[in-house]
Design a protein around this ligand. Sequence first.
Ligand code: GAL
Length: 843
Amino acid sequence: MGNKDLVLLVLIAVCVFEGCYCKTVTYDHRALVIDGKRRVLQSGSIHYPRSMPEVWPEIIRKSKEGGLDVIETYVFWNNHEPVRGEYYFEGRFDLVRFVKTVQEAGLLVHLRIGPYACAEWNYGGFPVWLHFIPGIQFRTTNDLFKNEMKRFLAKIVSLMKDADLFASQGGPIILAQVENEYGNVEWAYGVGGELYVKWAAETAVSLNTSVPWVMCQQEDAPDPIINTCNGFYCDRFTPNSPSKPKMWTENYSGWFLAFGNAIPYRPVEDLAFSVARFFETGGTFQNYYMYFGGTNFERTAGGPLVATSYDYDAPIDEYGFIRQPKWGHLRDLHKAIKQCEEFLISSDPTYLQLGKNLEAHIYYRTSNKCAAFLANFDSSLDANVTFNGNSYFLPAWSVSILPDCKNVIFNTAKVVSQRNLHGVSFSGTTSVNEFSLASSAWSWYKEEVGVSSNHSFIKPGLLEQINTTKDNSDYLWYTTSINVKESIAPGQEKEAFLHIGSLGHAALVFVNKRLVGFGFGNHEDASFNLSEKISLNQGDNTLDILSMMVGLQNYGPWFDIAGAGIYSVILADLKKSSKDDLSSGVWTYQVGVEGEYIGLDKISLANSSLWIQGNRLPINRSLIWYKATFLAPEGKGPLSLDLASMGKGQAWVNGQSIGRYWPAYLAPSTGCTTNCDYRGAYDASKCLRNCGQPAQTLYHIPRTWVHSGENLLVLHEELGGDPSKISLLTRTGQEVCAHVSEADPPPADSWQPNLEFMSQSSQVRLTCEQGWHISMINFASFGTPRGHCGTFNPGNCHANVLSVVQQACIGQEGCAIPVSTARLGDPCPGVLKSLAIEALCSY
Ligand code: GAL
């Protein structure tokens, strides 16, 4: 017996003895190999701090039902080590609890330890204190950085080991990631970058996790690290060694949202197409980024200007509700791919050209048993193809899946899944309860403009913001005085121009404590210039600039040293055409605003006499704090705060920050499409909605942050808004619908190769959120119903099947009705019929 065998024996003995289900995870050129078996895996990203631990089980259950095998998450260093050496793993940052929750659901975990995350997370997940270690350089071969990175990697690995969470210990973690997309920026780090990649790989391997490591977007990932693909499509990707499997770590289910931008969405037909193409062409592991996006609570949003909602158009929406038909169509796809698993792991695909932009890939188990994927990747032309002697219709930009090389059980462009009316959780539906917070409910506090003597300090010149605030606050006051020496007649003022240059992200400008301007950048470029005509008095005038950060940058080469704040202030005299550069003058600074020092967001100050109450609620005022109490609406579901009437600021519920808001920033008025054509290559700007509207008006309040009785709501309004128009929403129902034809394939999970395919019928399947039930059928017709979800009408051929549907569905959480004449009767023999149903799910 060699050493290796001995180790194996000991391992088995330990496992058996301890009663654990230890797994070995390795890989070969086809797939990850778990306990000796190649696996085809569907994975989805769920970042634990973007939702509450109380809802993790529910979100993970929905992920499992959606057909996922693996949950992927980054680890967020900055929140786990807010102060060097002081760790935090509580609440929604309880990483061990999250991994265990996934394990309890029977799913696996891909842990992307990084520690660089990117992820639209503040500073990409790096703690800001790291930046202040003298001599440090991030993400390159710098010993100071490497020591800190190694220490954190080791910390997380040992945390996982101590809780027995790696697969070899019986835990769910089958994969780990070091760094993140470094290959995209490596060029900017020169030789230091190449050395850093090697070091990161060696360091990861040295931590003995016993699971494979990946580096995404890293062509030069050294063995044994697997280099993986990220992107909207990865079918053309090949790993850097024939011994590594083809893996896709980020398949974007939509895209993230930034303040001032329209809302991106990705049609499910295209997403399903990209997935099917990937498995068709040899892929065996695919991860949706994001499967559930959630919310950027507090100041965790990255930047610049990443919005608070991280909904991402994901299959599970920001509030944890299932998004249809995205979730359902992908579930059907996963089931179809599962039906092919034994073929996929048995061989490499055999390629067959079927015509222009038409191809098949066939996986053989034996010479006469196979599964096939037929693809039409033409962006506009539908096609009929012949494969294996049979003919198939392939819509443009679609893939058909044939688990027996004969019957199509799924086509990516054919959505039979249920749809939800009113796509987004809380908008425009009749089933939302609204509670408005009347003017009388509000108190306010008008905060000081400028610095207060207690917290200020003086420096010559203009300071860079992040180096000054250390991100302890979004705000930095820049204050100076402008002395007008010339004499000005009483009652007159001198006019001048103020030119301000800022690296970002936004700034309010006050002259003599009066607001004269507001400047701001955008996600693509946060820098801006402001030019304002101002009036000055004889003698001293005050100039106060409140520079505001909206999330620290999280992406790009050397992103960690990208600056922010005011870099130039010039006063131009209109009459004398002279310029006075105030930039190098003496400035007084204050990190943070007055209300933050007082702690107005805190529950302890809710009854303070600082808060003013009265009949005349000030509206449209800058730098004002508002406070109200509200009774939480009944139910268990999440709540949403409609802040459409507000400008820009931050909000807290019972002392917990629900994030930044900025509804006053409207998206450009052009570039949106109501019906985005899914055919043809997708990119993040292809399908946009809400042009000319705020990126985000609704803000998520987790149910666990409210209680019965009075709850405290505090807003810090920077620009000006009207709090009397704020309302609180809760969801009490959901209208769902589906339209399925007799000719559609039966559900992929009911497919059995030995059953005669055509004897299995297609189905309409309706499902409500857990705990909800179908309370009403608004429409049901079998025949040739017309229209779309929400506007169905009976067609020429119509069987009223209302009572059949009611009987099967009312009072149920879900129901399935075969689309067959056997069940529904035959209103028009010889005509191809379909079944359309619209129903209401109620809480
Ligand atoms: C990728 C990155 C992710 C996320 C994504 C955009 O480049 O790896 O962390 O930032 O872009 O949502």
